[in-house]
Design a protein around this ligand. Structure first.
Ligand SMILES: C[S@@+](CC[C@H](N)C(=O)[O-])C[C@H]1O[C@@H](n2cnc3c(N)ncnc32)[C@H](O)[C@@H]1O
Length: 458
């Protein structure tokens, strides 16, 4: 791997005696990780059921190393069922530091493709409000797909520049994650394309952007709330220096000790002659642990200006007919009334939304809540997102297949299956984990597995 010359000089200068062992990691393969989705199964269940060789990742309860020479978890049907998320082991650390709880209001500001969003959602256990924001329209698609695949019920996906959110959500969030856009030095080994975009100037530009994102975000945190700033770069300009500049402007913010310190290395304020409290932030080094490069800083807001709390906002009213067709579908298909509303309609698409959400008017809204499906005149077509957000026992009709069943392969290819069951919408599950919808009539299960996902799985 040919590293940029300026980068080699920078790291040699910063690391001194340690530089050789650091550079040696570029001759090694990156470790691979997957995180069991605890919205669907416990990590212990995951270790027992997933047909891969898994070794626990020490800094998270749900993460495991896997052997990519032996196992291809991205291709397995359990991936399509959202049982896990493939994620760099180090990238699992920021959401651990954020430590979100059920019932809280959480913002994941730079969210795509959703590794940390789905990890935060699992920790929130479906309770509270998770706002996942991603400025790039292209990247939002993957974010939505991952949120849906993982069965997240309480996420709203926005597509805003952070500056447009500041006053709307003033003082509103209990926790905020800024997994900032960065020069990506920590990812050169895993994603060499990052190197092509790197230059000393790009690190300076990244630092300026990161500072402006922090400034726009700070007012959205309530007093007593927690903000985690993370990057996947080694550059002190984008890490310690940005935080130093930020806390100099905002004395109400304090750097607190990041959890998992024993596994990680302290930050290096000495590299830029900065505030020693920055020592509480951590660095993840590829020559010191099995993962790529990361920086994590936990900030708490002690006092200061409390933004005006926003009143719940009004979303467009839901046409009675749409609520009615969904209610009929729910009565016919679900065991209990688990989605009692409120709802909102985008076109003819119905969403289940949290009831105390501030107004989203004027913002780029990709998903206002859980996509329930499409209300077409007298009929309701349930969404794939709904299938994946359900538990097998929450539906009246289901067909369970095993991963090796030939019928399952046919279902995943989009074929109809012969089936003499009760008529109506039927959840297709693999080992009792929802995979998608089918509709039974006349001795056939008509296939409603999404076209864009067909034949991805082996
Ligand atoms: C490190 S990535 C996020 C990875 C994500 N948190 C995950 O775990 O999957 C940083 C994200 O910031 C977004 N971004 C780029 N410019 C931005 C800006 N000006 N404001 C906010 N986000 C930005 C990028 O599109 C990118 O998706």
């Amino acid at each position: 791997m040919q590293l940029p010359n300026d980068y080699q000089t920078q790291m040699t200068h910063l690391l001194g005696e340690e530089a050789d062992s650091f550079f040696a990691t570029y001759q090694e393969e990156p470790s691979r990780g997957l995180r069991v989705n605890s919205l669907k199964l416990t990590p212990t269940d995951g270790k027992d059921r997933l047909p891969f060789t898994l070794t626990p990742i020490p800094w998270t309860d749900t993460g495991f190393f896997y052997d990519h020479h032996k196992d291809r978890p991205g291709k397995h049907v359990f991936h399509a069922a959202g049982l896990y998320y493939i994620q760099d082991p180090s990238a699992m650390a920021p959401a651990e530091a954020l430590d979100p709880k059920p019932g809280e209001r959480v913002l994941d500001l730079c969210a795509a493709p959703g590794g940390k969003t789905t990890q935060i959602a699992a920790k929130m256990k479906g309770s509270g409000i998770l706002i996942a924001n991603e400025i790039s329209r292209e990247r939002r698609k993957a974010l939505v797909e991952n949120i849906e695949r993982c069965g997240v019920r309480n996420a709203i996906v926005l597509g805003e520049d952070p500056r447009h959110l500041t006053t709307r959500f003033a003082g509103w969030f209990d926790r905020i994650l800024i997994d900032a856009p960065c020069s990506g030095e920590g990812m050169f080994r895993k994603d060499p394309a990052t190197m092509e975009r790197w230059s000393l100037r790009s690190t300076q530009a990244a630092a300026e952007l990161q500072f402006s994102i922090l400034e726009a975000t700070a007012p959205m945190l309530r007093t007593g709330g927690r903000l985690v700033y993370s990057t996947c770069t080694f550059n002190p300009r984008e890490n310690e220096s940005v935080i130093h500049q930020f806390i100099s402007n905002h004395p109400e913010f304090e750097v607190v000790r990041a959890p998992g310190v024993n596994h990680f290395s302290p930050a290096r304020p000495d590299w830029a002659n900065l505030d020693p409290s920055l020592n509480h932030a951590v660095r993840l080094w590829p020559h010191r642990l099995r993962g790529e490069g990361h920086f994590i800083c936990v900030l708490e807001k002690r006092a200061g200006e409390e933004g005006a709390r926003q009143k719940p906002g009004k979303l467009p009213p839901v046409h009675k007919e749409a609520a009615h067709v969904f209610s009929n579908f729910a009565k016919e298909t679900l065991v209990e009334d688990i989605f009692p509303g409120p709802y909102t309609l985008f076109g003819d698409h119905l969403y289940h939304i949290p009831d105390d959400l501030p107004s989203l008017k004027g913002l780029v809204v990709e998903r206002p809540g859980l996509h329930l499906g499409q209300a077409k005149r007298k009929h309701f077509a349930p969404s794939h997102a709904l299938a994946l957000a359900l538990k097998s026992e929450e539906v009246k009709r289901r067909i369970n297949l095993s991963p090796k069943d030939e019928q399952l392969q046919r279902y995943l290819r989009g074929e109809a299956l012969p089936y003499e069951g009760e008529k109506g919408w039927t959840l297709v599950t693999v080992d009792h984990f929802p995979l998608g919808w089918g509709k039974v009539s006349g001795g056939l299960l008509k296939n409603h597995y999404p076209k864009w996902l067909r034949s991805e799985v082996v």
